[in-house]
Design a protein around this ligand. Structure first.
Ligand SMILES: Cc1ncc(COP(=O)(O)O)c(C=O)c1O
Length: 368
C-alpha cells in the first residue's frame, strides 16, 4: 500500500504491550491452570452490589448512557467532599490522561515525568507532538527536586505517579506538599493516584484538600484497581471546574457506559469490600516481601497492589520460566528495568504458587 502522509511523531510510536492474557498462555503452553499477576488487577473480584446493579442496567443497553455520568459525579462529590463540578469521569483513568494531553499539549511543549513511571504519560505526550522530560527515580522514588529543576519556559505539565507504577513507591507527605507549593501555577500538576486505596503508609499526602488553594493541581483515580472494575473502563479526575470544562470539549460524548457508571456508584457503597481487599493486599505484600528477602532479593517498598523484585539476572529469563509454569508476571525488560520483574499481589494461594515457581525459575536458570 502506498505510504499515507501522517503525523511524524506517531511513526516511531510502539503499540502498547499489555500483560499477557490468560487465554493466550493456555493455548501457547497447553496449560489448564494459569495465574495472572501481570496487570495489577484485583484478585478478589468486585463488589456484589456492583453485580446486582449491572444486571439491572444491562436491560437498558439499547439507550445511550448519560455522557457526563451525573449520578456518579454526584455520588463521588459527596463521598470525596469535593464540588461536583470539579469531577470528570473517564473511560478508565487512561482516557483522562489522553484528554489532558489532547487539550493542553502543543507541539514542542514539555512534560516532566519520572523515569520509570506509567508509560501512557509519555505515549500521549508524543501523540500530541510534545516532549517528555524524564527524571530518573532515586532508589525507585520520584526525584521531586530533580523534577523542579527540570522546569523550563516550555514546561506545560508534570506527572507524579503516587504510588508509582512500576516501583510501588510513594513520595513522602512533606516532600510532595512542598513540591505542590513550588510548581508554578501555570503548569498543570497531575498526581496519578490509581493505587490510592491500597496505601497503608501514614506518610502519604491527602491531595484533595489542596485542590482549592492550587487550581493547577489535578488528581486522577480509578475503579480498575481496588474496586475490581478494570474491564468496565471507568476512572475519574478531580480538578478545578474550569479544567473540567476544557476537557469536556475533547471528550467523546458517551465515553463511559451504563454498566460502568452504575457499578461504580454501587461500589462506593461497599466500603467493606474495599477494606477487605486493602487488608488482604497488605498481607500479601508483606508475605511476598518476606519470602523474596529469604531468597536474597530485594523489593522496592511498595504501597500498591504489586511489587517490583530486583534480580541479579535478566527479568525476561525469569518471566519466561514462570510463564512455562503457568504464572504470568511482567518482565522489567518492557518496563525499562531489565533486571527486574513486577508481580501483582494475588490471593494467598496465588502468592504462594508464585513463590514456589519463582524458586524453581531461579534453580532452573542457575543450572542452565
Ligand atoms: C499509574 C496508573 N495510572 C493509570 C492507570 C490506568 O488505569 P485505568 O485506565 O484502568 O483506570 C494504570 C493502570 O494500570 C496505572 O497503573
Amino acid at each position: 500500500m502506498e505510504k499515507i502522509p501522517t503525523r511524524k511523531q506517531i511513526e516511531s510510536l510502539n503499540v502498547y504491550v499489555p500483560g499477557k492474557p490468560i487465554e493466550e498462555v493456555k493455548r501457547e503452553f497447553g496449560l489448564e491452570k494459569i495465574i495472572k499477576l501481570a496487570s495489577n488487577e484485583n484478585p478478589f473480584g468486585f463488589s456484589a452490589l456492583a453485580k446486582e446493579t449491572m444486571l439491572r442496567e444491562m436491560l437498558q443497553t439499547n439507550s445511550y448512557p448519560e455522557g457526563t455520568a451525573p449520578l456518579l459525579t454526584e455520588k463521588l462529590a459527596h463521598y470525596l467532599h469535593v464540588p461536583q463540578d470539579s469531577l470528570i469521569v473517564g473511560n478508565g483513568s487512561d482516557e483522562l490522561i489522553r484528554l489532558l494531553t489532547r487539550r493542553y499539549i502543543r507541539p514542542g511543549d514539555e512534560v516532566i515525568m519520572a523515569d520509570v513511571t506509567f508509560p501512557r504519560y509519555k505515549t500521549n505526550v508524543q501523540i500530541e507532538g510534545g516532549k517528555s522530560v524524564h527524571i530518573p527515580l532515586i532508589d525507585g522514588v520520584h526525584d521531586l527536586t530533580g523534577m523542579l529543576a527540570a522546569i523550563t519556559e516550555q514546561t506545560r505539565m508534570i506527572f507524579v505517579c503516587n504510588p508509582n507504577n512500576p516501583t510501588g513507591t510513594i513520595v513522602g507527605k512533606k516532600a510532595l506538599a512542598a513540591f505542590i507549593e513550588k510548581v508554578p501555577s501555570h503548569i498543570l500538576l497531575i498526581v496519578d493516584e490509581a493505587y490510592y486505596e491500597y496505601v497503608t503508609d501514614e506518610d502519604y499526602l491527602e491531595t484533595l484538600p489542596l485542590l482549592l488553594s492550587h487550581p493547577n493541581l489535578i488528581v486522577l483515580r480509578t475503579f480498575s484497581k481496588i474496586y475490581g472494575l478494570a474491564a468496565l473502563r471507568i476512572g475519574y479526575g478531580v480538578m478545578h471546574p474550569s479544567i473540567v470544562k476544557e476537557l469536556m470539549k475533547v471528550k467523546e460524548p458517551f465515553n463511559t457506559n451504563r454498566l460502568a457508571q452504575s457499578a461504580a456508584i454501587a461500589s462506593l457503597d461497599d466500603s467493606q469490600f474495599v477494606e477487605d481487599c486493602k487488608q488482604k493486599n497488605a498481607e500479601g505484600r508483606r508475605y511476598l516481601e518476606e519470602e523474596v528477602a529469604k531468597l536474597g532479593f530485594s523489593i522496592y517498598p511498595s504501597q500498591g497492589n504489586f511489587v517490583m523484585i530486583l534480580l541479579d539476572r535478566p527479568g525476561d529469563e525469569v518471566f519466561a520460566s514462570l510463564l512455562k509454569q503457568g504464572i504470568i508476571v511482567r518482565s522489567g525488560g518492557l518496563l525499562g528495568y531489565p533486571q527486574t520483574i513486577r508481580v501483582s499481589i494475588g490471593t494467598p494461594e496465588e502468592n504462594q504458587a508464585f513463590i514456589e515457581a519463582f524458586k524453581e525459575a531461579l534453580v532452573s536458570e542457575d543450572e542452565g
